[in-house]
Design a protein around this ligand. Structure first.
Ligand code: ADP
Ligand code: ZN
Length: 532
């Protein structure tokens, strides 16, 4: 970088044009670049593909000194450095795969003040002597990429990320920015606290992807054939010859589905961590370079893949969380043209995911959090209202109108009048003191007395045994849908205790009826009706 201080907007625009070859800033990029160039700290939330990299690359060039980028992904780092060098930027990386003399020459360039940007992993930053080294060097900024890795409850938790708070102490004059595409409300708060960025300005971009159409169906039920058959029909009828990604939960299923699709004449390739590195690399290259390749993959595939014309992302299994679903479906339609997010899942997925959770080595609290994320995912599948509204709502973004393009908007699903069961459930939660989880409340409703239930005196409640018309699974479906609609909340302690949201009052008092999705839960002789 060259000129210190607040560079005029024109100078920043010139870097965008001259160095990166773009004509204008996108979304909040300009505001972020100006703020950071002027020395401010920032927390940047932007969806994948939104253009986070320029938010630190341009300030690093505009300010004097070298910008340090902390990133957990070595492969991504190397791609970025290569792309920057092509644009004439003096960029380098320090990573574990490097030879000693390579690393030495990078460090020499750093000390000579020849670098604009230096990428490294957090491990490398905290390796012996690195912080001391940096203290003697003119630094333009610190960019902390994938900042959600600091969240203990996230899927990508990296212990070293929690140590990044020391940057605030040791380099108080150097602006810091944290960037992520994955952050629900609690994660955002965690990023601010753990990275000492509570004073930083937040730049929250919309997570809306208006060109993506969301469609979700349940496989069981016989309609439309097996999930695999439905996938094939979807590809043939809507995406013949187009690029797409099909996500499966297990490696075995990836292999089987890829092979089967290929037999049916689809150009399909497998990708998962169990394949030899050379096969993975070759398949990835074909997906990126050729037209119309369908990649069948586990979630190991996708992070950092920048292919703009992926026309569909299909899920043959339920993702573990809505964050995961959003990330994975977000790989479709980055060019802004129409794209489909299509999913057919089986209830067996729920069982498998629960078993994986229970069998995991994670602590009890972590398991509870993941359990709740899974419930939120299921609730999302079962809602009958606009999917895009619900998805954005999960990320605390309010969308005033239904999208008019998702499956629920286009073909309102069949529903049943669940007013009476829902009233029973809500009163039972109220009577038991809004402290118990779904399992306990359902036992009370169904009149299944256990020792604990009797000890609590819950077998003497007026709501004991009034809900035998639904089985356990059906009641769980009702609970999930109410959670998804915000009529019920989970308590903050993370124990899964159900609480009434004020929004449920009209239903509880019988002033408003409520209809729930049919597949999810319906009593044997329940009243049915078309959508409300
Ligand atoms: P993210 O890190 O948020 O996923 P990237 O920084 O990788 O996103 O950018 C995504 C894509 O958008 C890249 O291909 C990038 O070159 C492009 N891009 C970013 N900013 C602009 C812009 N202002 N104008 C045009 N293209 C841009
Ligand atoms: Zn919609």
């Amino acid at each position: 970088g060259e000129a210190q201080g607040s560079a005029p907007a024109a100078a920043l625009l010139e870097i965008l044009r001259e160095t990166f070859g773009y004509t204008e800033f996108r979304g909040q990029q300009q505001a972020i670049v100006e703020h950071v160039t002027g020395g401010g700290d920032a927390v940047v939330l932007m969806p994948t593909g939104g253009g986070k990299s320029l938010c630190y690359q341009i300030p690093a060039l505009a300010r004097s000194g070298c910008g340090i980028v902390i990133s957990p992904l070595i492969a991504l780092m190397q791609d970025q450095v290569a792309a920057l060098r092509q644009n004439g930027v003096a960029a380098a990386s320090l990573d574990s795969g490097q030879k000693a003399d390579e690393a030495r020459s990078v460090l020499a360039a750093l000390h000579a003040g020849e670098l604009d940007l230096l990428y490294m992993s957090p491990e490398r930053l905290f390796a012996s002597g690195m912080l001391e080294r940096l203290e003697g060097i003119d630094l333009a900024l610190f960019a902390i990429d994938e900042a959600h890795c600091v969240s203990q409850w996230g899927h990508d938790f990296r212990p070293e990320y929690s140590q990044l708070a020391v940057l605030a102490e040791r380099f108080p004059q150097v602006p810091r920015l944290a960037l992520t595409a994955t952050a629900d409300g609690p994660t955002r708060q965690e990023i601010r606290e753990r990275l000492c960025l509570d004073q930083a300005r937040a730049f929250v971009s919309s997570f809306d992807r208006p060109n993506i159409r969301y469609r979700i169906a349940q496989a069981d039920g016989g309609r439309g054939g097996s999930a695999r058959d439905r996938l094939l029909r979807f590809i043939r009828e809507e995406h013949a010859g187009e690029a797409g990604i099909v996500y499966c939960l297990s490696r075995k299923k990836v292999d089987a589905v890829a092979e089967w699709l290929a037999e049916q004449g689809v150009t399909a390739l497998p990708y998962h961590a169990g394949l030899p590195a050379a096969t993975r690399a070759a398949n990835q290259t074909r997906f990126l370079r050729e037209e119309g390749v369908v990649m069948v993959a586990t979630i190991a595939f996708g992070m950092g893949i920048d292919k703009p014309n992926v026309r569909f992302v299909a899920h043959l299994n339920l993702p573990k969380s809505l964050e995961g679903y959003y990330q994975e479906t977000g790989r479709a339609g980055r060019d802004g043209l129409p794209a489909n997010a299509w999913m057919v899942f089986g209830l067996q997925d729920v069982v498998t995911l629960r078993q994986m959770l229970e069998g995991s080595q994670a602590g009890a609290e972590r398991q509870r959090v993941e359990q709740q994320k899974l419930e939120a995912m299921l609730g999302f599948c079962e809602i009958t209202s606009c999917r895009r509204q619900a998805l954005l709502g999960y990320f605390d973004e309010h969308m005033p109108e239904p999208c008019g393009a998702c499956d629920n908007c286009l073909e309102p699903p069949a529903t049943w009048d669940a007013s009476v069961p829902v009233q029973k459930l809500l009163s039972c939660i109220y009577r038991t003191g809004e402290r118990f989880g779904a399992g306990h409340v359902i036992d009370v409703l169904r009149g299944s007395a256990s020792e604990r239930l009797t000890r609590l005196g819950h077998d003497r409640l007026s709501t004991f045994g009034i809900g035998k018309e639904l089985d356990k699974a059906q009641w769980r479906g009702v609970v999930r849908q109410l959670l998804a609609r915000g009529l019920l909340r989970l308590d903050d302690e993370g124990y899964g205790g159900l609480k009434l949201d004020p929004a449920c009052r009209p239903v509880l008092r019988g002033e408003e009826g409520i209809h729930l999705r049919e597949e999810a839960a319906r009593p044997e002789k329940g009243t049915r009706s078309a959508s409300p």
